[in-house]
Ligand binder design. Structure first.
Ligand code: ATP
Length: 362
């Protein structure tokens, strides 16, 4: 939108071969990643994969051992934190408890020597932007967690930063507030066109908010794609299993494809040359229909072991004769025809998503 008074424009952020070690722990093992101007990029990955460390190095709260971080082509790692033009919001409410919402938002402007009337006007405008025009005089303890995070967001935007850094900003909030703030952060970010990095370990949050999602694993980039691409075409089994739900079913090599449950399938990507194999399938791609007996002999025969109601669909878990458990999402009315303890016949999509080496069992 044109003429937004608070628009900051988007910077490009590049992490290049970024390394950080803490004693024997390698937090970042050569991270390469580019964030495009105006993009909301989610950094997603399991605990300890280096997400927060990458963000803190960009913000200037953490040092690095090697590599560089460029903002609009300039290496910012030698610039002190307060001169980096980054606004940051943390997981826990980090507002100053003795300052009102308005003074919290205006704090950075005060440090910069911006005149009182200007900073108060601007702080009020920012509180309106985050939907809290009536809360200017309230102290943090008089506000809900969600309201405090809105104030923290307004404060992060107050100095018109070139990049917005959000470190699990919704994790401490209850589910309903989390959902509404998700939408609000996204709307605001798009309105301002500000380049934003969003750290989360919640894959649903990442997929629903981000333009692109960078999946990190052990300090490296595993894949960076749009949410739909990541979901439909995961580059590795790690991504496939981290994003969404996957079941693993043992399979055998068959030509350039695999045989699973008595049928031959083509494969996306390559089939590992040696070792035992599994196919990975999403619950929505598994078909189930009732059948007469749970005879162990037939391929694709399974026993329904549990059901969880998810609204329009019900997720059934079935067990194959070798003990493998497979999840299948069925329209709830169809799932009603497959009671727990009953027998079912499984069908898989013609192209399984991925084939991976079977995991060693403990
Ligand atoms: P989480 O979601 O749990 O915060 P993360 O992906 O953000 O995980 P980081 O916080 O970046 O991961 O940590 C990466 C690794 O570096 C972890 O093994 C962590 O224990 C370690 N680490 C991070 N900061 C420090 C520190 N100051 N001192 C020692 N080890 C650290």
């Amino acid at each position: 939108s044109s003429g937004a008074p608070l628009a900051t424009g988007g910077a490009t952020v590049e992490f290049r071969s970024l390394r950080r070690e803490f004693g024997a722990t390698t937090a970042l093992d050569g991270l390469d990643l580019t964030v495009e101007p105006g993009e909301l990029l989610a950094l997603l990955g399991p605990s300890g994969c280096g997400k927060t460390t990458a963000l803190r190095i960009l913000a200037g709260f953490e040092t690095h051992d090697a590599g560089e971080v460029l903002v609009d082509g300039e290496d910012i790692t030698r610039i002190p934190a307060h001169k980096r033009d980054a606004g940051m919001v943390f997981q826990s409410y980090s507002l100053f408890p003795h300052l009102t919402a308005l003074d919290n938002v205006a704090f950075g402007m005060r440090m910069r020597g911006i005149a009182k009337s200007e900073r108060r006007g601007r702080a009020q405008e920012l509180l309106e932007l985050v939907g809290l025009p009536q809360r200017a005089g309230h102290y943090p303890h008089q506000m809900s967690g969600g309201q405090q995070q809105r104030v923290a967001l307004a404060r992060a935007l107050a100095l018109k930063p070139r990049v917005l850094l959000l470190d699990e900003p919704l994790s401490a909030l209850d589910a309903k507030v989390r959902l509404s703030l998700r939408e609000e952060i996204r709307r605001l970010q798009q309105e301002l066109g500000i380049t934003t990095l969003f750290v989360t370990h919640d894959q649903e949050e990442a997929l629903s908010m981000a333009d692109r999602v960078a999946v990190l694993r052990a300090g490296r980039l595993e894949q960076c794609s749009t949410p739909s691409e990541l979901y439909a075409r995961p580059a590795t089994a790690f991504v496939a299993e981290f994003v969404g739900t996957m079941s693993r079913i043992p399979c055998e090599r068959s030509g350039d494809g695999v045989e699973v449950l008595g049928r031959r399938h083509e494969v996306d990507g390559t089939v590992p040359a040696d070792g035992a194999l599994d196919v990975l399938v999403r619950p929505e791609n598994v078909g189930l229909r009732p059948c007469q007996q749970s005879g162990a002999a037939a391929d694709g025969r399974a026993l329904v072991v549990s059901a969880s109601f998810l609204g329009g669909v019900t997720r059934l878990t079935v067990r194959l004769s070798d003990g493998t458990e497979v999840k299948a999402d069925l329209p709830t009315e169809e799932a009603a025809g497959l009671p727990i303890g009953g027998a079912a016949e499984i069908t898989l999509p013609q192209r399984p998503v991925l084939v991976d080496r079977r995991l060693a069992t403990a």
